[in-house]
Design a protein around this ligand. Structure first.
Ligand code: SF4
Ligand code: FE
Length: 480
C-alpha cells in the first residue's frame, strides 16, 4: 500500500495534457485550484495506514497481500457494509468528494460482467481483467471510472448522432488493440488518477456495436486531453485566504476527458462489441455507485449538520426549539440515506463469479433519496445559518488596519466567540451549500451515478408490481 507521499510522488511521474482556465498546466500537484482535491484523494491512502481503521480500509488482495480497500473486490455483504462505513468516515474527514470510489465501483462491476460475458460468449476478457486488477492492486492505483459520454442530441441513439463521436467509440481495430475516439464528461478525480477505466454510458443495441467498449488506459496516454471543470468560487483559492474558501484543505474536481484517437492495447480491452453486456455493466456500476452515495454524502452531511449547529451556537440561538427541531430533521434525513446505503449492502447477493453485488432495487432507492435529501439538508442549513453566510466581508476586510476592528465589532455574535471563528463556520457552510463543495454535495447528488429518471426506470423495472397487485386482489376477494 502506498503512503500519501508515495502517492503524490507517483502522480508527478504522469505527463498528463491538462488545461485549467484556458492554460496548459504542467505541475498539477501544486496548482492552488487543484491541490485541495489532491489532499482529499490522498486521504484515501492515509486512512489505510491508520491502525484504528485497518478493518475498514485494508483488505486482502488477489495474492493475499494487504491492499487498500479502494482496489478490492467485495466478497461478502460485510465487505459491502464496510465500504459504506469507510466512505462515510472519509466524507466526515474531508467534507467533500474524495474521488476514489468511481474506480472502485468500476473494478467490481467489470469483474463480474467479464466473468459472465466469457461464460456466455467464450470470450477471454475475465482473465485479462484479473491481470489488470492485479496490476492495480500491486501498484495501489487510483482508477478513474469513466462512464458518462457527452451524448450530443439526447433524442438520438449513439449511431444516429450527426457527429458520431458524441459517444466514445472504436474507430479502428488493429491486430494488437483498438483505437478509440470520444469524450467523457464530469470525470471525478480524473486529473489525479493513474488510470482511466472506460465503460459504455448506456445499454447499447446491435447498431451501436462500436460504442459497446470497455477498457483501461493510463491517464497520460497519447491523445488524452483533460480540461478541468469550473466550480463555483474556485478562483477564491488563488487569492491566498484560507478563511474565505471555507474548506482550505480539501476539495474535489471534475474534468472533461477527451480521447483523440487513443490506442488501447488488447490486454487492456474488457469489452469490444458485446453490446448485450453493456446493459449489465452499466447497471452494476450504477448500482455500486448509488450505494457509494449512501456513505460519502452522509459523511459530508455530518459536517454540514455540525457546521449549522455551530453557527446557531455562535449566533446565540442554539437553544431555540425550532433550531433543535431543524437539526433533528437534518439528522433524520442524513441517517435515512445511511440506512439506505447499509440496507442495499446487507441485502447484497453473490454473483456467478463469487463476488457480491448490492441489492439493485435498494441501491436505486438510496440514490433516489440522495437526489432529494441533501437539498433539504442544505436548505435547512441555510435557514439556520442566516443571511450573513452570503453577505460576509472578506478576510482582507477583517484584517484591514482601519475597517478590521469595525468588522470584528459588528459581526460578532455571542461575546466569547471571536468574529473570525464565526466567519470561518459561515464560510464552511457557504462552501458546502453554494461553493466548490456544493458541486458534489448538491448537483452531483442529483445527477451523479445517473440522473433521477434513471433510478425511476430501475425502480420500476426491479420491483414486481404484478405481485403487489395480486396481494391486494387476494385480500380484497377478487379472483385472480
Ligand atoms: Fe466517492 Fe462520493 Fe466522490 Fe462519488 S461523490 S467519488 S462516491 S466521494
Ligand atoms: Fe459520483
Amino acid at each position: 500500500m502506498k503512503t500519501t507521499q508515495e502517492f503524490i510522488e507517483s502522480l508527478r511521474e504522469l505527463k498528463r495534457e491538462l488545461y485549467v482556465l484556458g492554460e496548459k498546466v504542467e505541475n498539477t500537484t501544486e496548482h492552488p485550484i487543484l491541490r485541495p482535491s489532491l489532499n482529499a484523494l490522498a486521504k484515501t491512502y492515509e486512512m489505510a495506514h491508520e491502525p484504528r481503521y485497518t478493518e475498514l480500509f485494508v483488505r486482502p488482495g488477489l495474492d493475499g497481500q494487504e491492499i487498500n480497500c479502494f482496489t478490492s473486490l467485495h466478497h461478502s455483504t460485510q465487505d459491502l457494509l464496510n465500504k459504506v462505513k469507510a466512505l462515510r468516515i472519509l466524507g466526515q474527514e474531508t467534507g467533500t468528494c474524495f474521488q476514489r470510489c468511481v474506480g472502485w465501483d468500476a473494478l467490481n462491476a467489470l469483474e463480474s460482467t467479464t466473468f459472465e460475458m466469457d461464460q456466455a460468449l467464450g470470450t477471454t476478457y475475465h482473465g485479462r481483467f484479473m491481470d489488470y486488477l492485479r496490476y492495480v492492486q500491486q501498484n495501489d492505483l487510483v482508477c478513474n471510472g469513466a462512464m458518462t459520454d457527452v451524448k450530443g442530441d439526447r433524442s438520438l441513439r449513439p449511431s444516429q448522432q450527426a457527429d458520431p463521436d458524441m459517444f466514445l467509440r472504436v474507430v479502428e481495430r488493429r491486430p494488437n488493440g483498438i483505437v478509440v475516439r470520444g469524450a467523457k464528461a464530469h470525470q471525478t478525480g480524473a486529473v489525479f488518477s493513474h488510470d482511466i477505466i472506460v465503460m459504455p454510458t448506456l445499454s447499447m443495441r446491435a447498431e451501436d456495436e462500436d460504442y459497446a467498449v470497455a477498457f483501461a488506459i493510463p491517464s497520460d496516454a497519447e491523445g488524452i486531453v483533460h480540461i478541468l471543470g469550473r466550480q463555483s468560487c474556485d478562483t477564491r483559492r488563488l487569492e491566498g485566504s484560507r478563511l474565505d474558501v471555507g474548506n482550505a484543505t480539501f476539495g474535489g474536481h471534475e474534468a472533461l476527458v477527451i480521447f483523440n484517437d487513443v490506442f488501447v492495447p488488447s490486454e487492456r480491452v474488457f469489452m469490444d462489441g458485446e453490446w448485450p453486456f453493456s446493459r449489465i455493466l452499466v447497471e452494476r456500476f450504477a448500482g455500486y455507485h448509488r450505494q457509494s452515495y449512501g456513505g460519502c454524502k452522509v459523511g459530508v452531511g455530518d459536517v454540514l449538520i455540525g457546521a449549522a449547529a455551530t453557527a446557531t451556537e455562535y449566533a446565540g440561538v442554539a437553544r431555540a426549539s425550532h433550531v433543535r427541531r431543524k437539526l433533528a430533521e437534518m439528522i433524520h434525513l442524513n441517517e435515512t440515506l445511511y440506512a439506505c446505503g447499509l440496507g442495499c449492502s446487507v441485502a447484497g447477493t453473490p454473483m456467478p463469479s463469487g463476488t457480491f453485488l448490492v441489492d439493485l432495487l435498494l441501491a436505486n432507492v438510496c440514490k433516489q433519496n440522495v437526489t432529494r435529501f441533501p437539498y433539504e439538508i442544505a436548505r435547512l442549513a441555510e435557514d439556520l445559518a442566516g443571511g450573513l453566510m452570503v453577505t460576509l466581508p472578506s478576510e482582507k476586510d477583517l484584517n484591514h488596519a482601519e475597517i478590521g476592528p469595525l468588522v470584528e465589532k459588528y459581526l460578532r455574535g455571542v461575546a466569547d466567540i471571536p468574529t473570525a471563528d464565526r466567519m470561518r463556520i459561515l464560510r464552511l457552510l457557504e462552501n458546502l451549500t453554494l461553493g466548490t463543495a456544493a458541486v458534489s454535495y448538491r448537483t452531483e447528488s442529483m445527477h451523479g451515478a445517473g440522473s433521477p429518471e434513471a433510478q425511476v426506470i430501475m425502480i420500476g423495472r426491479l420491483s414486481d408490481l404484478e405481485a403487489k397487485k395480486a396481494l391486494a386482489k387476494r385480500l380484497a376477494g377478487i379472483s385472480l
